[in-house]
Design a protein around this ligand. Structure first.
Ligand code: IDP
Ligand code: MG
Length: 149
């Protein structure tokens, strides 16, 4: 099973979308193996978004992601990285397909509600930035045999 790092961004928290977004992932069949709320520091924001340093949107992006609490989680499942990216939709919510999270809840690329790792390598890096190994819980769900063949 694959793991991915998912984060409800400050706008998602402020707009009371935490439950709605987590429910989508749960209902899909993804397993929550870590979950917490935190306020991101500037240092953590710069590390998380290191690949975008120097781009014109970097400073606004850091300001956005540190502007209020976020809800961070690790989701586990078959092809979890791609599955979450597909459920989120395109980076720009106006281009995101209707029915995706960004397509349903967003209007602006700088307020796109949710983050999901873009590769297994990114997922491992991001999970390590936000969670200690002890915060990730391994457990069985009775429903798993009804979700996976
Ligand atoms: P992703 O979140 O879909 O992986 P990235 O290209 O990795 O998209 O960009 C990271 C985040 O930076 C985006 O989710 C969005 O919040 C913000 N961002 C990306 N491009 C722009 C832009 O052109 N203007 C403003 N914000 C942007
Ligand atoms: Mg990205």
């Amino acid at each position: 099973m694959e793991r991915t790092y998912v984060m409800i961004k400050p706008d998602g928290v402020q707009r009371n979308l935490v439950g709605e977004i987590i429910a989508r992932f749960e209902q899909k069949g993804l397993k929550i193996v870590a979950l917490k709320m935190l306020q991101i520091s500037r240092e953590l924001a710069e590390r998380h978004y290191g690949e975008h340093k120097g781009k014109p949107f970097f400073e606004p992006l850091v300001a956005y992601i540190t502007s209020g609490p976020v809800v961070a989680m690790v989701l586990e499942g078959k092809d979890a990285v791609r599955t979450v990216r597909d459920m989120m939709g395109a980076t720009n919510p106006l281009k995101a397909a209707p029915g995706t999270i960004r397509g349903t809840y967003g209007m602006d690329i700088g307020r796109n509600v949710v983050h999901g790792s873009d590769s297994v390598e990114s997922a491992n890096r991001e999970i390590g930035l936000f969670f200690t190994p002890e915060e990730i819980v391994e457990y069985q769900r009775a429903v798993d045999s009804w979700i996976y063949e």
